[in-house]
Design a protein. Structure first.
Length: 356
């Protein structure tokens, strides 16, 4: 029974000897680190948690004094990737029947999903604050803009000098551009009704990639489509999803250099549940991945990707990603972006099959 409990725990468990050698591991920790049972037993703890001397010091303290530690945050490293993932550890002494310390027990919790949800929640909170700010700014800005445009038009009619008329044409054009920007900003505050219907995500992607063919051809970008033919249809607003994918695919094209490749991947989400205010009981979801090998995104820029008006493009409005996030969130979905400078960017869209 104890062995069954040990094997059934969803959190990882490691039993470490006094010389910090791993003696036992359960299936959860093997899945977490993407390593087989044979790897763990006999290895040192530092191989799972390299360059984290503070953790090793605490384990040694447990072995020497019998004191326990809770909620120690550190990083684990999976076999399949060099990137770390966040974990939370609880350290306890392992005692024999005489109460002597024989080793230490490490309870390992993978915090990746929690960190993602916290970041997602923070992003949505920022958008919510921006909605109120945007609504007030839009009304304050649009009224004087209307006066400026009308005055420029009247003045243009009075002038006979073509060069002076050209200057006023520039004024009118710039006022119209600002108005278009404000219209996009107000998309945050206008409640957009979803026209939900059965949607084939592959058809949506086909329509968008056809529109972007000419742009990709100009840079000689190769599009690789890896689609799951068994993907179920989803309940979604097709037009709004087209807006999202148009923005994301165009971003991938702009980030890519000539002769590079962009990959579109679709699959059924495995083990990833989306829980939002719209989907209290998450069910099956699909994943659409847009992968480029372009310039990548800096760490500082990653923190502000969904901040309205933030952009790294010389001619960007900084509204494409925030609006896309809002549309996806309205569908009960989620956007996840991972990137590394000079190595490219992967955008993942999680969309529920059924709306709730």
């Amino acid at each position: 029974m104890l062995q069954n409990i040990f094997s059934s725990l969803i959190d990882g468990v490691l039993l470490v000897s006094r010389d910090l050698t791993i003696q036992k591991s359960n299936p959860a920790v093997e899945e977490m680190f993407r390593r087989s049972k044979d790897f763990f037993e006999g290895r040192t703890l530092s191989e799972l948690f390299p360059v984290q001397q503070d953790l090793l010091n605490k384990v040694e303290s447990v072995l020497e004094t019998g004191i326990s530690y809770r909620d120690i945050e550190c990083e684990g490293f999976q076999k399949s990737t060099a990137t770390p993932f966040p974990v939370s550890l609880t350290l306890s002494p392992f005692l024999d029947q005489d109460g002597q310390i024989q080793g230490a027990v490490l309870l390992v919790k993978d915090m990746s999903r929690l960190k993602e949800l916290q970041e997602f929640s923070r992003t949505l909170d920022n958008l919510s604050h921006m909605e109120s700010l945007t609504l007030g700014m839009a009304h304050e800005i649009r009224n004087p803009l209307g006066g400026i445009r009308a005055s420029a038009q009247l003045l243009r009619q009075e002038l006979e000098n073509p060069e002076q008329q050209e200057y006023l044409d520039v004024v009118i054009s710039e006022v119209d551009r600002i108005n278009r920007l404000i219209e996009r900003m107000m998309d945050f505050t206008r409640p957009r009704e979803l026209n939900i219907k059965e949607t084939n995500i592959h058809k949506v992607l086909k329509d968008i990639t056809l529109l972007e063919q000419e742009v990709m051809a100009q840079k000689n970008i190769r599009l690789e489509q890896v689609y799951d033919p068994s993907l179920p249809p989803i309940q979604a607003d097709e037009d709004q999803l087209k807006q999202v994918f148009s923005n994301l695919i165009r971003n991938a094209i702009e980030a890519s250099s000539e002769n590079e490749k962009i990959q579109l991947v679709t699959r059924v989400s495995t083990g990833y549940s989306i829980k939002t205010s719209h989907t209290a009981n998450p069910g099956q979801s699909i994943v659409v991945e847009i992968v480029d090998s372009g310039a990548g995104i800096s760490e500082s820029a990653m923190k502000n990707l969904f901040t309205p008006l933030f952009t790294t493009k010389s001619k960007g409005s900084g509204l494409g990603l925030p609006i896309s996030l809002k549309i996806v969130e309205n569908h009960g979905g989620k956007i996840k972006i991972t990137s590394e400078e000079r190595l490219g960017t992967t955008v993942q869209l999680f969309l529920p099959v059924q709306q709730r």
